[in-house]
Design a protein around this ligand. Structure first.
Ligand SMILES: NC(=O)c1ccc[n+]([C@@H]2O[C@H](COP(=O)([O-])OP(=O)(O)OC[C@H]3O[C@@H](n4cnc5c(N)ncnc54)[C@H](OP(=O)(O)O)[C@@H]3O)[C@@H](O)[C@H]2O)c1
Length: 295
């Protein structure tokens, strides 16, 4: 394969699973995240699989970071074939209770970050007449969920942006714009979320493995499908939202209150939203080993 693949958010969850999938396929990798410890362990996993890996500890919610990443990747490997935008942070809280700085950083990381990624890497793709950008959207790019408003807003925006960018690239046959839309995935994101609800967050079932999303990302990058959904929840939520929007709103609010935010008390936290939380990182958040959790 020998592709050069840049993965933002490559130290944990879906990004890390994607890095390992590409490592197995012989890619050269650039992994980007804020916490250097998790980046190092992700890189070590990929090197064990035979990959040449460059790590970049950058905050992609900041202007200029994506350009630095493009320059560093080209300096090290000479080109970029695939760019996967998977960096993300999450927050739980009502619109009134969520602090301004948390809301803004969720938007900066999940929406402005990938938009800046595209602005930085597309000139390189144009110069080579080749390159693929894969955005990681969400089921929340197409339907809403209560108490996660900034994330829903960012992911709706990201799907719109991906579609606009795809139209702009229509004359450039070698440049591909893809978006993968996962439902609930077993990653550490929920435990690292900001939370002002006083309740304990859980991913809404059914929870799918990050490996499945990694597979979808890698296939989307080399295939023809421009928008790829992962997880069975999509096939219930989207038709319900379309056919019975009022029922969808009631059902989703109920689900979030009963299963997404459980009664077990949780401290108020900004999680990993404003500053990275240092640990070794992982692909899984452990949600599929204990699928029922505790109420
Ligand atoms: N998990 C789900 O259920 C789910 C469902 C649908 C869509 N998604 C989407 O899938 C993608 C991956 O999510 P995930 O669940 O794998 O999340 P995750 O396990 O929390 O991993 C997020 C990654 O992004 C990095 N990151 C966060 N903020 C960053 C910043 N400002 N600059 C650079 N890197 C940053 C994190 O490392 P640091 O904290 O060290 O920076 C980490 O490597 C996201 O786009 C997410 O929205 C996830």
């Amino acid at each position: 394969m020998n592709q050069v693949v840049v993965i933002t958010g490559g130290s944990r969850g879906i990004g890390r699973a994607t890095a390992m999938r590409y490592a197995r396929r012989g890619a050269r990798l650039v992994l980007i995240a804020r916490d250097p410890l998790a980046l190092d362990t992700a890189a070590a996993d990929c090197r064990r699989l035979g990959a040449d890996v460059l790590t970049l500890a950058l905050d992609l919610s900041r202007p200029g970071s994506a350009e630095r990443a493009v320059d560093a990747a080209i300096l090290r490997f000479g080109r970029i074939d695939v760019w996967v935008s998977a960096a993300s942070v999450f927050s739980y809280g009502s619109t009134e209770d969520t602090p301004d700085d948390v809301r803004d950083r969720v938007i900066e990381t999940n929406l402005l970050g990938p938009m800046r990624d595209a602005r930085a890497v597309i000139p390189h793709f144009r110069a080579r007449s080749a390159g693929t950008i894969v955005f990681v959207g969400s089921l929340f790019s197409q339907v809403a969920g209560a108490y996660v408003g900034p994330y829903v807003a960012a992911k709706h925006g990201l799907l719109g942006f991906a579609r606009a960018l795809r139209q702009e690239m229509l004359g450039h046959r070698g440049i591909r714009v893809r978006i993968v839309l996962p439902a609930s995935i077993d990653t550490p994101i929920y435990r690292r979320a900001a939370n002002v609800t006083g309740r304990t967050p859980y991913p809404l079932p059914p929870v799918v493995s990050a490996k499945r999303v990694a597979h979808a990302i890698e296939r989307a990058a080399r295939g023809h499908r421009r928008e790829v959904s992962v997880g069975a929840a999509q096939f219930v939520a989207r038709p319900l939202r379309f056919l019975a929007p009022r029922l969808y709103d009631r059902a989703m609010r109920l689900l979030q209150r009963a299963l997404g935010l459980r009664r077990r008390p949780a401290p108020v936290t900004t999680g990993a939203v404003l500053v990275p939380l240092q640990d070794a990182g992982a692909v899984s958040g452990g949600w599929r080993r204990f699928p029922r959790g505790r109420r």
